[in-house]
Write a protein that binds this ligand. Structure first.
Ligand SMILES: Cc1cc2nc3c(=O)[nH]c(=O)nc-3n(C[C@H](O)[C@H](O)[C@H](O)COP(=O)(O)O)c2cc1C
Length: 331
């Protein structure tokens, strides 16, 4: 059975599907696209440095910008100083976020030194952070973890129990180790173990690429919601497709025209938003998104060699004007 909704204290998440935080991807413009397509119950910001918020709140606010139609929305923080994390969580609450989340999964070297998955190796410090952040906010507090640092130190259930005792109200589990990065396969049995170890909701994450995977993850792990990352960037329709699949056992594939509309609409919004590095984001998204597009490699090359945002838009228009036919696979 797929959960019909997820409730994190007073926050109702329906359907029980969550957009995973992805640095450089899930900014307000991308989240807007996901909200617009429908089917996603909860969205999350990219991870944001607590030190950055404490040092220069005005500058960090840019990362934490969201619009009213994004609710319910979680802000994700990283950091390793309990007092700074508590201060940043307070700022997140003041900004009107529904939930604050602590990143315990980021494998990047410079983040590990100051939080992220590095905290999975220092549980006493993690406990202090959870306590201090919990005391600093009244909005729901969640965490997102990896399985552990490496395969010899799988701490997911231990961390989940500790978090529950500290007042954390839901936990997302991406069952890869820090050492694995995004390689290998997510070990969903760890999601099931965490689910069996705690009473708070458990959100399963990792390698959900198609609607069938989401349903299988819920069935195999008993998780209370499914979180999707990379597949949402390559196929932003996936949340809606899961709803269709649950209702009827089948789902629509986007047509070439839908892909064109989405890509050009998203790029235009990026330019209009005045987002720093809009062109970099366009290039990155084009790379992810065009894997399902016929002759996607051609479009990727065209977008990558563009020098201005206007040129990117022109090339996207020209590419799709020449395609016309129904969607097929990437060449
Ligand atoms: C480009 C990229 C950026 C990411 N940034 C974050 C982040 O800011 N915070 C976080 O908790 N996880 C981050 N992740 C991990 C994802 O949230 C997710 O756990 C991981 O991609 C596995 O899920 P998936 O198989 O559905 O992609 C990132 C992943 C990618 C690919």
């Amino acid at each position: 059975m797929f959960p019909s909704e997820l409730t994190i204290r007073n926050v109702r998440i329906r359907p029980a599907l969550v957009l995973a935080p992805m640095a450089g991807v899930t900014d307000t413009v991308f989240r807007h696209v996901i909200r617009g397509l429908g089917g996603c119950g909860l969205i999350m910001t990219e991870f944001t440095s607590s030190e950055g918020i404490a040092r220069n709140r005005a500058r960090s606010l840019h990362y934490l910008y969201f619009s009213e139609d994004e609710h319910p929305i979680t802000a994700q923080l990283f950091g390793a100083d309990p007092a700074v994390m508590a201060e940043a969580a307070g700022a997140v609450q003041d900004l009107g976020f529904d939930v604050v989340d602590i990143n315990l999964g980021c494998p990047a070297k410079k983040v590990v030194k100051c939080g992220g998955s590095g905290l999975l190796r220092d549980l006493p410090l993690l406990k202090q952070i959870l306590r201090d952040v919990r005391a600093a906010v009244t909005i729901p507090l969640t965490i997102k973890i990896r399985a552990g640092w490496d395969e010899k130190s799988i701490v997911a259930t231990e961390v989940a129990r500790m978090a529950e005792a500290a007042g954390v109200e839901a936990i997302a589990v991406h069952p890869r180790t820090r050492v694995q990065g995004l390689n290998g396969q997510a070990n969903w049995s760890i999601i099931r173990e965490v689910k069996q170890a705690v009473r708070i909701p458990v959100i399963g994450n990792g390698d959900v690429r198609r609607p069938e995977d989401a349903v299988r993850m819920a069935a195999e792990t008993g998780c209370d919601a499914v979180m999707i990352g990379r597949a949402a960037a390559t196929n932003p329709w996936i949340f809606r497709q899961i709803g269709q699949y649950l209702a009827s056992g089948r789902y629509d594939e986007p047509m070439e025209a839908d892909r064109y509309q989405l890509l050009s609409g998203y790029f235009r919004m990026l330019v209009e938003s005045g987002m720093p590095d809009a062109i970099g984001k366009m290039k990155q998204f084009a790379c992810w998104f065009t894997h399902g597009v016929r002759n996607g490699a051609v479009l990727r090359r065209e977008v990558h060699s563009a020098r201005t945002a206007a040129q990117v838009l022109e090339r996207v228009d020209a590419f799709f004007a020449g395609v016309g036919a129904p969607a097929g696979g990437d060449a």
